[in-house]
Structures are given as structure tokens and as C-alpha cells.
Design a protein around this ligand. Structure first.
Ligand code: NAD
Length: 483
């Protein structure tokens, strides 16, 4: 169903089946909105945006504060919905919601932060910045964080005074209904949050619609690149976040427990289906084989993970087949599979779901598919090098630039990695280096098309514009005050 102008609607066009990754069974159908649906949604949003922009930011923030409280009250129910449709564990759904609520709380602080600025630039002349909303803005989001990723954008865009049109992934459309219900109860005015369900054609209608001023996109790099191009050609502001192949550099002096735990959590959390998952371990070898011991511990810990309890499911049957084929190809080109998730038992009663256990592939060659491509599953490729410089060369050569981490006990090594890595988000002894607000979220290279970031102060220009006002008042004077 679409949520347009405060009403649930759907047309008579095409619907797609949505299946739960846990059971493979149908959860329902999602409507594929066409250009007419998008136009009606943007018209309703445009009407609502005019009024909303006139309300002072402090009052808009009050409404959003109610929204925060309702989301917190309903977090268990929403997390269960996230889990059911995306395959995440309920705890992961809840963690994603909490991160989204953190962004909402940052948005609430904008009433005190985003005032602009004013200066006397000449005698009797003042210049002033005024941050203004854009009108109707849109967000297009991926399947893997059905609540968190939209919540990176929704609160900031709405607090800044825009109407927000959201196109969720058509693989995970149902969480958006729970969020719209919470928004309605909070008193977010009709038309300020709009949901249009659909896939590629729906996205293209949004990108082409002249009534949409700005677009935030999060998804795979190929789609991010084309969305960026199309929106920019249409004259919109646009920021498009793409995929990732995040490396962890494992130094021989790393703490065994901290490193092995951090590495396992990073590549198995959300079943590896997150843009901050590490999927490449660059092991810096030493004579005492300390890195080797940490790798053994990684394999031991990962082998204890129980599907359905410690790790969730893969989004679709096609994704499992794609991952299985990539693992097979890696072994065919000489890599050694230390832990083969293809053999992991599916949880009892959930055999028809989409499963792959943690997989560790050693002796992967730099430049090969397993070392370079985003596989998007619980698969860790291990590349072995002799020096930190070689490790950094691999990091810097990647077309992606989302995250990079190092596990080490050396401050000097940590500093060198932090300064030399090209990724936008760097971790030291942290496997998933997601910055907390107000530090903004965003990568570099093919992980992000456009400028700014998707959260924090770095996102404000995506959802607003700065007007410059120059003022001079006539005063009784015997000289011209304007210099
Ligand atoms: P996807 O690119 O397939 O889909 C993302 C969105 O685009 C969905 O709403 C989808 O309906 C729509 N879409 C799909 N194909 C399209 C097309 N050809 N034209 C226009 N729109 C299209 O991504 P996904 O599989 O849903 O999500 C996983 C990907 O997202 C991974 O690559 C992951 O790394 C990335 N991701 C990145 C970040 C980040 O912050 N950089 C965060 C989460 C996910």
C-alpha cells in the first residue's frame, strides 16, 4: 500500500510477491507504483510542504519528538517486522531502529544548531544566512536496513521543513507501513510523510518528476551511479550511497580476543548483508605466525554460529545461489576454504528459508573476484601480505571506499592506517566503524556519489538551501553608509 496525503491507497496495476527469508513463504504483495501514482504522491506532498515550511522549527521538532517516543514504544513490534521481511535477527532489527532514533535525536538538536549566521558587512549593511527547506524531497532505500537507512534521512529532512517521499525496497516494504502508522499517531501532518512502493520504474518516475527537489539514495553501486546521473541531469540535488568491499588489516600485534571477536562480528552480523561489513581480511604475516593464530580463532568462533539464532537469513534464494557460485569460483582459482557455510545446517522447521553459514576463504589472490567484489553475505576472503604498505596498497586500490579497519596494538600503525586509507570511515580495533551522531555517515569513491554525507551536519545541504539576505535600512545621516 502507498501512504499518500494521509491515506492508504493502491492502484490496480502490478503487484510483486514478498517472501520471508526465514521460511521462503509469501508475506503478502507489494504494489508497483507507476508514474501516475508518483505524480499524485508528489502533488499531495507539495501541498503539505507549503504549510509545514511556515511552522517554526521548534514546533516541527515537537511533533518529531512525539514520533521518537512512539517509535521507542513500538520498537519490539517494528523490529519483528524488520526481522520477518529482511531475514535479520530481531535484535539486529532493534539495533537498526536505535541507530535511526539516534539520527532523529540529532535532527531534534537542529533547532539549536542550524540558525545560519548574520554579520554587519559594511556600515549599516548586514548579510544573513537563512537555511530554508526545499519543498518535496525523496529517499530510495535498500532491503538490508528497512528502518535504519530511511531514518538516516527522514527525520533530518522533515525537521528542516520538507515533505518526504520514501520509496522502500520492494523486497522489504512492510516496515514502512509501521513507520507511517507511528508518524500518523505522532501528528506528522498528512502529506509530510509519503510512501510510494515499487521498484525501478517507480524510482525513475521519482527521479524524473519536476516536483521533487532532492534525492537521497542508498543501495548498490551500479544503481547508485545511475540514480545519481539521472537525478543530477534532472537538476536535482542528489546523494547516492553505493556498495562496499570493506577491508580489515590484521597486524601481528593485534589482541587475539579483541581482533577475532571484532572480525567475526563484522562479517557475520546481519549475515554479512550490510554496507559496513568487513568482507576482506588483509592478514599481515610475521615469523611467529601470530596473525595465523588469530585467523584460527576467527574460524573457531565463526564455526560456532548457529543459523537462525546467532545469525539471520539471506534475503533471497537467488542471493544464496549467487553466493554459493562465488565461493565455488574462489576455490576453483586456488583459494582454500577454511570454513564452508554451504554445509551449515538450516534451523529445524526453517529448511525452506534462505541460508548460508559463515564462510572463510583463505589464500585469496589480490585482484580476484573474492578479493574485490561485494558478495553481500557472511563470506570473509583472506588475502595474505608481508607488510603494512602492501595492505594499504590493496585498500587504496579498491574502487569502493566505505570503511576500512585495522586491528593492532601500535598507535603508530593505527595512525598510519587512519591517515593513508582512502575509505570514508576508518576503524581502529573496531570491525564495524559506524560513526555515532553527530559524526556523519558516508564513504568515498564508488561507495558514494555526490558531496556531503547522509547524516550529521554533512547532510544538511542535501535537504535545505542557504539563502543569503543583504539588508540596508535608510537612516538619517549626512553620508552614504553603503561603502
Ligand atoms: P539495490 O541497489 O538493488 O536497491 C536499492 C533501491 O533501489 C531499492 O529501493 C530498489 O527497489 C531500487 N532499485 C533497484 N534496482 C534499480 C534500478 N535499476 N533503477 C532504479 N532503482 C532501482 O540494493 P539492495 O540489494 O536493496 O541493497 C543492498 C545494497 O545496498 C548493497 O550493495 C549494499 O552495500 C548497499 N548499501 C549501502 C549502504 C551505504 O550506506 N553505502 C547502506 C545500505 C546498503
Amino acid at each position: 500500500m502507498n501512504w499518500v496525503g494521509g491515506e492508504w491507497t493502491s492502484g490496480s496495476g502490478t503487484f510483486h510477491d514478498v517472501r520471508s527469508p526465514y521460511t521462503g513463504q509469501s508475506l503478502g504483495r507489494v504494489y508497483q507504483s507507476d508514474a501516475g501514482d508518483v505524480d499524485r504522491a508528489v502533488q499531495a506532498a507539495t501541498k503539505a510542504a507549503r504549510e509545514w515550511a511556515l511552522i517554526p522549527i521548534k514546533e516541527r521538532s515537537q511533533v518529531m519528538y512525539q514520533f521518537r517516543n512512539i517509535l521507542l514504544r513500538d520498537i519490539e513490534t517494528i523490529a519483528k517486522c524488520i526481522s520477518l521481511e529482511s531475514g535479520k535477527r530481531v535484535a539486529e532489527g532493534k539495533a537498526g531502529m536505535m541507530k535511526g532514533i539516534e539520527v532523529l535525536e540529532f535532527a531534534l538538536s537542529l533547532q539549536n544548531l542550524q540558525e545560519g549566521g548574520r554579520m554587519e558587512v559594511s556600515r549599516g549593511v548586514n548579510c544573513e544566512y537563512r537555511r530554508e527547506p526545499l519543498g518535496v524531497v525523496a529517499a530510495i532505500t535498500p532491503f538490508n536496513f528497512p528502518a535504519m537507512v530511511p531514518m538516516w534521512m527522514l527525520p533530518i529532512a522533515i525537521v528542516l521543513g520538507n515533505a518526504f517521499v520514501w520509496k522502500p525496497s520492494d523486497k522489504t516494504p512492510f516496515t514502512s507501513l509501521a513507520i507511517a502508522t507511528a508518524a500518523e499517531e505522532a501528528g506528522i501532518p498528512k502529506g509530510i510523510l509519503t510512501i510510494v512502493q515499487g521498484g525501478q520504474a517507480t524510482v525513475e518516475s521519482i527521479l524524473d518528476h519536476p516536483g521533487v527537489a532532492s534525492v537521497g539514495f542508498v543501495g548498490s553501486s551500479a544503481v547508485a551511479r545511475s540514480v545519481y546521473r539521472r537525478a543530477a541531469l534532472a537538476g536535482k540535488k542528489v546523494l547516492a550511497l553505493g556498495g562496499a568491499k570493506n577491508p580489515i588489516i590484521l597486524m601481528p600485534d593485534a589482541d587475539l580476543e579483541m581482533a577475532s571477536r571484532g572480525i567475526v562480528d563484522s562479517f557475520t552480523g546481519c549475515a554479512g548483508q550490510r554496507c559496513m561489513a568487513a568482507s576482506l581480511l588483509i592478514l599481515v604475516e610475521d615469523e611467529a605466525k601470530r596473525g595465523e593464530k588469530i585467523l584460527e580463532e576467527v574460524v573457531r568462533k565463526a564455526s560456532q554460529i548457529r543459523l537462525g539464532q546467532d545469525m539471520g537469513a539471506i534475503i533471497s534464494e537467488q542471493s544464496v545461489a549467487r553466493l554459493n557460485a562465488a565461493i565455488e569460483r574462489a576455490s576453483q582459482v586456488g583459494a582454500k576454504i577454511l570454513l564452508d557455510g554451504r554445509n551449515t545446517q538450516a534451523p529445524t522447521g526453517f529448511e525452506a528459508g534462505y541460508w548460508l553459514g559463515p564462510t572463510v576463504i583463505d589464500h585469496v589472490k589480490p585482484g580476484s573476484e573474492a578479493a574485490c567484489d561485494e558478495l553481500f553475505g557472511p563470506v570473509m576472503s583472506v588475502v595474505r601480505v608481508k607488510t603494512l604498505s602492501e595492505a594499504l596498497e590493496i585498500e587504496r586500490a579498491s574502487p569502493y571506499g566505505n570503511a576500512a579497519s585495522v586491528f593492532t596494538s601500535s598507535g603508530a600503525v593505527a595512525q598510519r592506517v587512519a591517515e593513508s586509507a582512502m575509505a570514508g570511515m576508518v576503524g581502529v580495533n573496531i570491525g564495524v566503524p559506524v560513526p555515532r551522531e553527530p559524526f556523519s555517515f558516508g564513504g568515498t569513491k564508488d561507495s558514494k556519489f555526490g558531496s556531503g554525507d547522509i547524516t550529521g551536519m554533512g547532510s544538511l545541504n542535501l535537504w535545505s538551501q542557504m539563502k543569503k539576505i543583504t539588508t540596508k535600512w535608510s537612516v538619517s545621516s549626512d553620508q552614504n553608509w553603503m561603502s
